[in-house]
Design a protein around this ligand. Structure first.
Ligand code: FAD
Length: 423
């Protein structure tokens, strides 16, 4: 027996007891709920993809201001001339093919009582559950010299991968052999604890090859190297000996853009290329939505669901969160938050119990040149008594040394996480 399309729809409606409504999320069933995700980065893309994988009957819409995803992990290699920006840039077709709606727009406001997100285009999106994964924005208030757009275009952070990464690479290429690269690192917590020190290695690798008379001055606000210290020092005191001048406790006071000078409490350091990473906080939309609860910077959440402690029905992921103890702000972690949140949002929308003891893991690779990398890894499980995720003692660890084998693993890690978030 063959059924016409109309007969098939009638049969589906009768057999499931539901009307097969055009535009509904699941095949032949009504939507089990509407989820809006702000930010298609590591946290948001993963949450969107996993909700659709695990519950195709939920409508998922991602609002993302950029038309492509540019990965911060591996972007330091672009600065070293060891990768191209195209190697870390991806489209959103993988998410679309999974049934996720992509809206290219800027989320400008959240009305939690009406359960609506307002977009810069003037449109509004209604939600049953909202996921906010906006990454970070920078705090320029304490750096008067960098307040103007013109100053920010000249002294780059390149701490959000994309046009600034390419522009900083161009500045390094244009610098004379014998020039000085001055790099300022903010006080922790910042996104990617080992990221600044990997950047130093990448620039050193480039200088060693192309501008051997040049120098790197690292001005670190922190009292010491915050991650993989022994491993970074192996290369700084080894292949890059004499190239890197590391100065801890270098608290930033201001930047004189005209004079190309970084001003510290007791010192001023002049350079040919300045790279200043300002302190960060949760992305602007988290501030506007009233999600920031800690130190005017980060969003407190319930680690069982990633739901905000301040605004009901809104979940926050990734770098924007107030990190659990010993939890880094990393792509690995944002990806894992995305999965905790996806499972919890599905359970909450369907009236099912939320998983009571999630366990997640983190791995961060750092390249010391174009081929060799090393890792740090940790496992974090939910502690019901303390109501937070805590690192498991004795699990994880760091490499003995950087190696080309780990460099290959690092690219494997990257390909996997890109497929896991966007595939
Ligand atoms: C140089 C560097 C190297 C790094 N290397 C590693 C590494 O090797 N391993 C690792 O695990 N981590 C690494 N990280 C850290 C990692 O990039 C971040 O932790 C991760 O991106 C956090 O994910 P997220 O979803 O919180 O934010 P993001 O990935 O930044 O995503 C936020 C998204 O939200 C969008 N957005 C923000 N606000 C709005 C709005 N209002 N409307 C619409 N869209 C909006 C942004 O455009 C962006 O796409 C590195 C970071 C840097 C800077």
């Amino acid at each position: 027996m063959t059924l016409s399309r109309r007969e098939f729809m009638q049969w589906m409606a009768a057999s499931t007891g539901t009307a097969a409504v055009a535009g509904c999320a699941g095949i032949g069933g009504p939507s089990a709920g509407r989820v809006v995700v702000i930010g298609g980065g590591y946290g948001g893309a993963t949450a969107a993809r996993y909700i659709k994988l695990w519950a195709p009957d939920i409508d998922v819409t991602v609002v993302e201001r950029n038309d492509v995803f540019v990965s911060c992990p591996m972007s330091n290699l672009v600065l070293g001339g060891n990768a191209q920006i195209g190697n870390v840039t991806f489209g959103y077709d993988g998410l679309r093919s999974r049934g996720v709606n992509l809206v290219r727009d800027d989320a400008v406001a959240v009305d939690a009582s009406a359960r609506q997100v307002r977009l810069a285009s003037g449109k509004a999106l209604s939600y049953d559950r909202l996921i906010v994964s906006p990454g970070i924005d920078f705090i320029y208030d304490s750096i008067p010299g960098l307040k103007s757009a013109d100053a920010q275009n000249r002294v780059l952070h390149a701490w959000k991968a994309g046009p600034q990464t390419v522009a900083l690479r161009k500045q390094l290429e244009a610098m004379r052999n014998g020039g000085v690269f001055v790099f300022h690192i903010p006080m922790a917590p910042y996104r990617c604890p080992p990221g600044p020190y990997e950047r130093v290695c990448q620039v050193a690798d480039y200088f060693k090859r192309a501008k051997p008379k040049s120098k790197i001055i690292v001005l670190d606000s922190n009292p010491d190297i915050t991650s993989k210290k022994g491993l970074f020092l192996q290369s700084w005191n080894g292949v890059y000996k004499g190239l890197i001048d590391y100065r801890p406790n270098s608290e930033l006071q201001d930047v004189d853009v005209k004079g190309m000078t970084v001003k510290l409490t007791f010192d001023s350091v002049k350079g040919d290329v300045l790279n200043v990473v300002p302190p960060h906080r949760a992305g602007d939309i988290a501030l506007k939505a009233g999600l920031i609860t800690a130190n005017q910077r980060w969003c407190g959440i319930d680690w069982l669901t990633c739901e905000s402690v301040a605004v009901k029905g809104v979940h926050v992921l990734g770098d924007a969160t107030l990190s659990a103890p010993a939890m880094p702000k990393s792509a690995s972690m944002a990806n894992q938050h995305g999965k905790i949140c996806a499972a919890a949002v599905i359970a909450l929308l369907k009236g099912q119990p939320v998983h009571p003891e999630p366990a997640i893991m983190n791995t961060c690779y750092s390249f010391v040149d174009g081929r060799a990398a090393m890792h740090v890894t940790s496992i974090h499980t939910y502690n019901p008594a303390q109501k937070t995720l805590l690192p498991v003692k004795g699990a994880g660890g760091v490499s003995d040394k950087a190696s080309d084998t780990e460099g290959a693993y690092a690219w494997g890690w990257a390909r996997n996480i890109w497929a896991d978030a966007l595939g």
